[in-house]
Write a protein that binds this ligand. Structure first.
Ligand SMILES: C[S@@+](CC[C@H](N)C(=O)[O-])C[C@H]1O[C@@H](n2cnc3c(N)ncnc32)[C@H](O)[C@@H]1O
Length: 365
């Protein structure tokens, strides 16, 4: 990647060529998981630049002027003028947005961060302020009208929205289009093309099943395209805004075999164990499910003990992980009842040490 900040910027820390990065990541994963998998690691690569559809920058103030900034390797602030890894919609708006903000000192003062979320049908910009954004409401409305973006402004306890701030995404999964709306405050996979490869891989790696249970389902990113392989799906997630979006995404894609419920992983586990009843599961007959598969895509901490316990009784496991270390810990437990039959690496986070993995496990007979 031809970026002038490479080597200084703390975001892209791998300065190797892409093929060397790929070899390095495969070697690390092969070594870490040698106890569980000696077969081939499928590697799903990414574009080397322009791949991030979600990005956050700090704002650097100097002599009444502002620029974007990142954390440097030395953990200092590094002013930047551009970023090579963000997608075209974001890289195009970045200079224009800054220029427009600089024309109005009220917008410059106490601005400390900018977030961008781009999708097939939208570009949402969030400005973060250390002052009440109500005091600059009209100024914000003017820049939204000029730039024709979805604009959000936030300050402590206040959120203002200007224009259409819905995030509308279209994903191509195995040459079929899926439509999603998402919340700006909830989890969104940052690399669209690799996300498409990840979902397609999960679908293509399993045979048709009976019923699926999915924990940590977000806005239905995997749930909706994979639901076609099952009779019924039960999908849970802790975030209310994600579940609200998941319900809308079912309608958008005319899917009607999924029940979404806002429950933490611990809560759905205690409901399944009949330790607790939840109003949020009203109308869901847990006894009617015959789960042949479980799909988990947990946060970096991995799956908790009660989830691992539950997984040990399900024939087929699809485990997507953004943290190889907790994946390894969890496989230590799961390998007592299951064997790994497929292992993939998804290069969501090019130029960084982060590695996303996908593992398919089957119950030992
Ligand atoms: C890595 S994201 C995956 C989301 C989704 N699978 C996707 O692809 O967009 C992990 C998700 O777990 C949710 N989460 C975090 N802690 C949780 C918990 N204790 N119980 C259930 N969900 C949780 C987060 O809100 C987030 O949506």
């Amino acid at each position: 990647m031809d970026c002038r900040y490479l080597g200084d910027c703390g975001s892209c820390v791998l300065t190797l060529s892409y093929s060397e990065q790929k070899q390095l990541k495969i070697a690390r994963i092969r070594e870490l998981f040698s106890k569980f998998w000696s077969g081939e690691f499928e590697f799903f690569d990414s574009d080397e630049s322009g791949f991030r559809s979600r990005a956050e920058f700090g704002i650097w103030h100097e002599n009444n002027d502002i620029s974007y900034c990142m954390r440097s390797h030395q953990n200092t602030k590094l002013p930047i003028q551009s970023c090579q890894i963000v997608d075209t919609k974001i890289s195009n708006i970045m200079p224009e947005l800054l220029k427009t903000i600089k024309e109005d000192m009220a917008l410059v003062e106490r601005l400390f961060g900018v977030e961008f979320i781009s999708s097939a049908k939208s570009l949402i910009v969030t400005l973060l302020y250390h002052k009440d954004v109500n005091s600059i409401k009209d100024n914000l409305a003017k820049i939204q009208a000029k730039l024709k973006i979805g604009l959000i402004a936030r300050s402590r306890g206040v959120k203002l929205e200007f224009g259409d701030v819905k995030i509308n995404e279209i994903l191509d999964i195995n040459r079929r289009e899926f439509r999603y709306i998402m919340s700006d405050t909830a989890f969104i996979q940052p690399n669209k093309k690799v996300n498409e490869k990840m979902i397609s891989w999960a679908i293509n790696s399993i045979s048709d099943g009976v019923d699926l249970i999915e924990l940590y389902c977000g806005h239905g990113n995997f749930t909706i395209p994979i639901s076609f392989k099952f009779q019924k799906v039960l999908a849970t997630e802790i975030s209310k805004s994600s579940i609200d979006m998941a319900l809308k995404n079912c309608q958008l894609n005319s899917v009607n075999n999924i029940k979404f419920a806002r429950l933490s992983a611990a809560e759905i586990m205690s409901a399944m164990a009949k330790e607790r009843e939840f109003e949020r599961l009203r109308g869901v007959d847990l006894d009617s499910y015959r789960f042949s598969h479980i799909l988990v895509d947990p946060p970096r901490a991995g799956c908790e003990d009660s989830v691992l316990d539950f997984m040990s009784n399900i024939d087929n496991i699809i485990y997507i992980s953004c943290n190889p270390l907790t994946l390894k810990d969890n496989l230590e437990v799961l390998s007592k009842t299951h064997m790994v039959v497929k292992f993939a690496i998804f290069d969501q986070f090019v130029h960084t040490n982060h590695i996303e993995c996908g593992v398919i496990l089957k119950k030992l007979s």
